[in-house]
Design a protein around this ligand. Structure first.
Ligand SMILES: C[S@@+](CC[C@H](N)C(=O)[O-])C[C@H]1O[C@@H](n2cnc3c(N)ncnc32)[C@H](O)[C@@H]1O
Length: 223
C-alpha cells in the first residue's frame, strides 16, 4: 500500500520484488502493486532515464517523427523520459492492466496493448517501428529472452532496439542467457551491436547485501 512513511525495509519485503516462477504470477503481483512508483523511488531506479540518455547519444533518426514501441511499458515512465528528448509517437505493450492504466493516464501513447510476453505473440505489426524499447523487464521471472526476436521483427530495417537488464547476484544465469541470445541474433544476421553502457548504481539491492547492484543499457540496430 502506498503511504507517506513507506521505508526501504518495507520495499525489501515486497513480494513483487522477490522472484516467482512464472511471468503470469509476476504480472499478478504488478497488478496489485499500488506503491510501485514510490518503491521505485526508494530503490533509486532510474532505468528510463539511463535508457533515454543512451538513446539521445546513439539514435541517429529524427526524434519527432520516430514511431516508438515501448515493450513492458509499465506506468509510462520511459515515454515520459523520451518525450523530454523530443519523441512523440508511442505504442505501449504490457501484461499488467493496472500498470498500463498508469501509462494511459500519461496521455502519451497512441495505442496500448495487453499481452503476456513469452506466452502470447507481441501484438504489433512486423517492420513498423523506428525504435523498440524494453526497459526494466528483462529478468528471470519477467520476459524470456526469446521475445527479443519478436521485438527485432517489429522494427523497420535500420531501426534501433534498446534494452536494459540488471546484474544482481540472482541474475547471473539470466544475464548469461541474454548475452548468448544477443550474440546468436548477431550471428544470425538479425542485428548488430551499437553500444553497451554499464551503470554501476542501477538499483538499490533488496538482498542482505547493502548498496547498489549494477545494470546495463544495450543498443542494437536491426539489419
Ligand atoms: C519494472 S516494470 C518497468 C516498467 C517500465 N518499462 C519502466 O522502466 O519504468 C516491469 C514491467 O514489465 C511488465 N512485465 C513483466 N513481465 C511481463 C511479461 N511477461 N509480459 C508483459 N509484461 C510484463 C510488468 O507488468 C511491469 O509493468
Amino acid at each position: 500500500m502506498a503511504s507517506a512513511d513507506r521505508t526501504y525495509d518495507d520495499v525489501k519485503k515486497n513480494p513483487a520484488l522477490i522472484s516467482v516462477t512464472t511471468a503470469k504470477e509476476k504480472i499478478a503481483l504488478y497488478d496489485g502493486w499500488t506503491a510501485y512508483q514510490q518503491d521505485m523511488d526508494i530503490l533509486d531506479y532510474k532505468g528510463p532515464c539511463y535508457a533515454a540518455n543512451s538513446i539521445a547519444k546513439h539514435f541517429s533518426g529524427d526524434h519527432e517523427t520516430a514511431i516508438v514501441l515501448d515493450v513492458a511499458c509499465g506506468t509510462g515512465e520511459v515515454a515520459k523520459e523520451m518525450k523530454k528528448i523530443g519523441f512523440n509517437h508511442f505504442v505501449g505493450v504490457d501484461g499488467s492492466k493496472s500498470m498500463m492504466e498508469g501509462a494511459q493516464k500519461t496521455g502519451l501513447y497512441r495505442d496500448l496493448k495487453l499481452c503476456v510476453l513469452g506466452e502470447q505473440d507481441l501484438p504489433v505489426e512486423k517492420g513498423s517501428f523506428d525504435l523498440a524499447l524494453m526497459i526494466g523487464a528483462l529478468s528471470v521471472d519477467m520476459v524470456c529472452v526469446r521475445v527479443l526476436r519478436q521485438i527485432c521483427e517489429a522494427c523497420k530495417t535500420g531501426g534501433f532496439i534498446v534494452m536494459t537488464t540488471r546484474h544482481g547476484p540472482d541474475d547471473l544465469v539470466y544475464t548469461a542467457e541474454l548475452h548468448r541470445e544477443q550474440k546468436q541474433m548477431e550471428a544470425d544476421g538479425l542485428w548488430s551491436c551499437v553500444n553497451i553502457t554499464r551503470v554501476e548504481n542501477w538499483l538499490k539491492s533488496i538482498t542482505a547485501e547493502p548498496g547498489f547492484i549494477p545494470g546495463s543499457v544495450y543498443i542494437y540496430r536491426k539489419l
